[in-house]
Ligand binder design. Structure first.
Ligand code: HEC
Ligand code: HEC
Ligand code: HEC
Ligand code: HEC
Ligand code: HEC
Ligand code: HEC
Ligand code: HEC
Ligand code: HEC
Ligand code: HEC
Ligand code: HEC
Length: 398
């Protein structure tokens, strides 16, 4: 067996002689002749790493003399002095991970299984040896679940793969997003850190987006300055929206200004208003008209609600936070969305009574019911509840 070895070894064969099975070395000098002198010298062509590779990693050949546990055996030379973790440990032949290519860049977060089949023991089929026992001479890339993830139906043309040192169709690098704003979605394994910069895998923002403040919709992943949130769910195979509750409230836990005043109607001027009275309410997050604008859409084109009753053309002025031409408030008035409650008191929207020919100025609250009985009672209180007709879009009169 060792003779055959010798025949394939260019160096030192003359000094090597076979040892009988089970024989113990009588002297240290005698033992030295088993291997060429360079067997433990990393600079020698006879270094045992080369021997092992030439033997196609068949370590049983060494165990024969050095013991099944490599602790010395009949050779009385332990391997474990140098290989403290054991000869077949995962770190003996290569690092976990190796320091090659982009291994260290991925190493902290991704297990080998993200890109390889990981052996339990070094002899597992597919690691060093093929099914037929021959040595596999190339590392194998077998991309895992994340690299093959998909966000939208039809977004990936083919499974993740590596060709000519470059990764293709890999989800993690955004190659399946087809995002025109992304700079580098097929990175080179040996290409350095360029592929880790913001804007490489997907645009900032992606080309499908209108809005640029990631934190507005992805607060668990990025802040308003495009810094990633430490430990956040970035590159985990799904899009993180809002507080991740999966409901509309995920991004709308608390609404601004006079929302509650309108949607809960604490002033009892009329029943609560639905969201649709001022907005087009999206069926889904990505429905048209929702997040495809840079400002919230109030009274958008095509919408209809009570604010447009009587032919009014309501408008919201974002910089000033005011509404104008709103039927409900009297078209001449300009109430403030973030103002105080003065817009909800009697007299704010119309006079008590209104100053027009239908009303004598002498009339007071106690008189209104005479001509508006479904709206107001004899004590001058608005009638609230299911039969309420105040602020319903039509004048309920005599
Ligand atoms: C026929 C028995 C035999 C076989 C098979 C054998 N060795 Fe050895 N090996 C020895 C003996 C004996 C010594 C001690 C020589 C000496 O005293 O330096 C030794 C020494 C070594 C040393 C130097 C140890 C040290 O502490 O300096 C290394 C390294 C080594 N062997 C590696 C291997 C490897 C790797 C294999 C399998 C490919 C192998 N040996 C197969 C008998 C054997
Ligand atoms: C004098 C220290 C020393 C002794 C003794 C020693 N080795 Fe090594 N061994 C090394 C060094 C150094 C390396 C190379 C490690 C590296 O490149 O990081 C190595 C590498 C290896 C490798 C990795 C091979 C590869 O393909 O990368 C194996 C397997 C191995 N030794 C087996 C053995 C066996 C079996 C014995 C005992 C018979 C043994 N070694 C004894 C120092 C030693
Ligand atoms: C992000 C993907 C990825 C991860 C994670 C990864 N590898 Fe690799 N690995 C590669 C690629 C790509 C190559 C080079 C393939 C080629 O050259 O064809 C490679 C090559 C290797 C090689 C051959 C030596 C080399 O550097 O070319 C070894 C050994 C290896 N990987 C071990 C590991 C181990 C062990 C782990 C886990 C601790 C790991 N890899 C994690 C992608 C990965
Ligand atoms: C006897 C040497 C040796 C031992 C021990 C060893 N490996 Fe490897 N490993 C290799 C070689 C050789 C390759 C192929 C890369 C190459 O060609 O450079 C490799 C490749 C890998 C790869 C890349 C995928 C592949 O199979 O090509 C992974 C992952 C890996 N090893 C994990 C491990 C783990 C985990 C252990 C411990 C259970 C381990 N290795 C023990 C020699 C070894
Ligand atoms: C106004 C809300 C909103 C803002 C702001 C926003 N996103 Fe998104 N983003 C979404 C929604 C909703 C999806 C899910 C789209 C889908 O499922 O079709 C998404 C999906 C993504 C995706 C997955 C790619 C894809 O094709 O779906 C990436 C990457 C992304 N956003 C990055 C960003 C970055 C980077 C920013 C900041 C520069 C940002 N987003 C700002 C709402 C937003
Ligand atoms: C290595 C590729 C890569 C780089 C570099 C990258 N991203 Fe991403 N990013 C993704 C992937 C893949 C997604 C898809 C969603 C997921 O799996 O988390 C994503 C999604 C996002 C999202 C949407 C929320 C979510 O679910 O993760 C935001 C926000 C985001 N990235 C911000 C950033 C910022 C800010 C940077 C730069 C600091 C950055 N990304 C750099 C790959 C990358
Ligand atoms: C009376 C009209 C009105 C009603 C009813 C209304 N909104 Fe609004 N909404 C507005 C106005 C005006 C703004 C603009 C606020 C700004 O830009 O300062 C707005 C803004 C928003 C915004 C942007 C974020 C914010 O809080 O400013 C969201 C989200 C929103 N509304 C959701 C809703 C939902 C959900 C409902 C129903 C529960 C609703 N709105 C009912 C008028 C209304
Ligand atoms: C990913 C975060 C997110 C989710 C989830 C979300 N929205 Fe929004 N929504 C926004 C943003 C951002 C705005 C614009 C707010 C602004 O400009 O201040 C908005 C605005 C609105 C508005 C105001 C009108 C408009 O379109 O500008 C309404 C109404 C609204 N959303 C309802 C909903 C409903 C209903 C759902 C559930 C189907 C929902 N939202 C889910 C982020 C989200
Ligand atoms: C004598 C009968 C009468 C009394 C009393 C009366 N109204 Fe009217 N009111 C009318 C008529 C008639 C109209 C319809 C006018 C029109 O269609 O042009 C009207 C319309 C209105 C309108 C609609 C806006 C407008 O100016 O046309 C408001 C608001 C209103 N009344 C409030 C009041 C209040 C408040 C009181 C009590 C202080 C009151 N009315 C008492 C007869 C009356
Ligand atoms: C937010 C604006 C607003 C406030 C505040 C308001 N109203 Fe009105 N009111 C209207 C509008 C608009 C109409 C026009 C008719 C309609 O749509 O019901 C109206 C109509 C009326 C009418 C005529 C009958 C009818 O409903 O058509 C009476 C009476 C009336 N209001 C009494 C009051 C009283 C009393 C108060 C104070 C408790 C009050 N209003 C506060 C907006 C307001």
């Amino acid at each position: 067996m060792l003779l055959a070895l010798c025949a394939s070894s260019a160096v030192g064969c003359s000094t090597v002689r076979p040892l009988d099975e089970g024989r113990r070395c009588p002297t240290e000098a005698a033992c030295a002749t088993v291997h060429p002198p360079g067997i433990a010298d990393p600079n020698s062509p006879d270094f045992h790493v080369n021997l092992i590779r030439a033997l196609a990693f068949d370590l049983s050949k060494c165990q024969h003399c050095h013991g099944d546990d490599f602790a010395g055996g009949t050779a009385q030379k332990s391997c474990l002095g140098c290989h403290e973790q054991g000869v077949t440990a995962c770190t003996t032949c290569h690092g976990q991970p190796p320091e090659t290519g982009a291994h260290l860049a991925h190493g902290k977060r991704f297990d080998c299984t993200a890109c390889h089949v990981k052996p339990m023991v070094y002899t597992d089929v597919g690691h060093l040896f093929a099914e037929d026992g021959t040595v596999i001479d190339k590392p194998r890339i077998t991309f895992g679940e994340l690299a093959n993830a998909s966000l939208h139906a039809g977004d990936r043309a083919a499974p993740a793969a590596i060709e000519d040192d470059s990764c293709k169709n890999v989800y993690c690098h955004g190659d399946t997003f087809h995002d025109g704003n992304a700079k580098l979605t097929q990175p080179d394994w040996s290409g350095g850190s360029a592929s880790a910069a913001c804007g490489t895998c997907h645009g900032i923002p992606p080309s499908s987006h209108t809005r640029t403040n990631c934190a507005e919709c992805h607060p668990k992943v990025a802040d308003s300055n495009y810094n990633l949130v430490a430990g956040g769910p970035h590159v985990d195979g799904k899009v993180s929206l809002g507080d991740e509750s999966g409901t509309c409230l995920a991004c709308h836990p608390k609404l601004s200004g006079a929302h509650t005043a309108h949607t809960s109607a604490p002033h009892r001027l009329r029943p609560p208003l639905a969201c649709t009275e001022c907005h087009v309410v999206p069926a889904e997050v990505t429905s048209p008209g929702h997040i495809d604008h840079t400002t919230p859409q109030v009274f958008p084109a095509g919408w209809s609600g009570i604010a447009a009753a009587g032919g009014a053309m309501p408008a919201f002025d974002p910089p000033n936070g005011t509404c104008s031409n709103v039927y409900c408030h009297g078209v001449a008035n300009v109430p403030s969305w973030n103002g105080d409650e003065s817009a909800a008191v009697c007299g704010a929207c119309h006079g008590i009574p209104p100053a027009d020919s239908a009303h004598a100025t002498s009339k007071g609250l106690g008189d209104c019911y005479k001509c508006h009985p479904s709206t107001i009672d004899a004590t001058g209180s608005l009638i609230v509840g299911a039969t309420s007709t105040h602020l319903n879009g039509v004048v309920d009169g005599p």
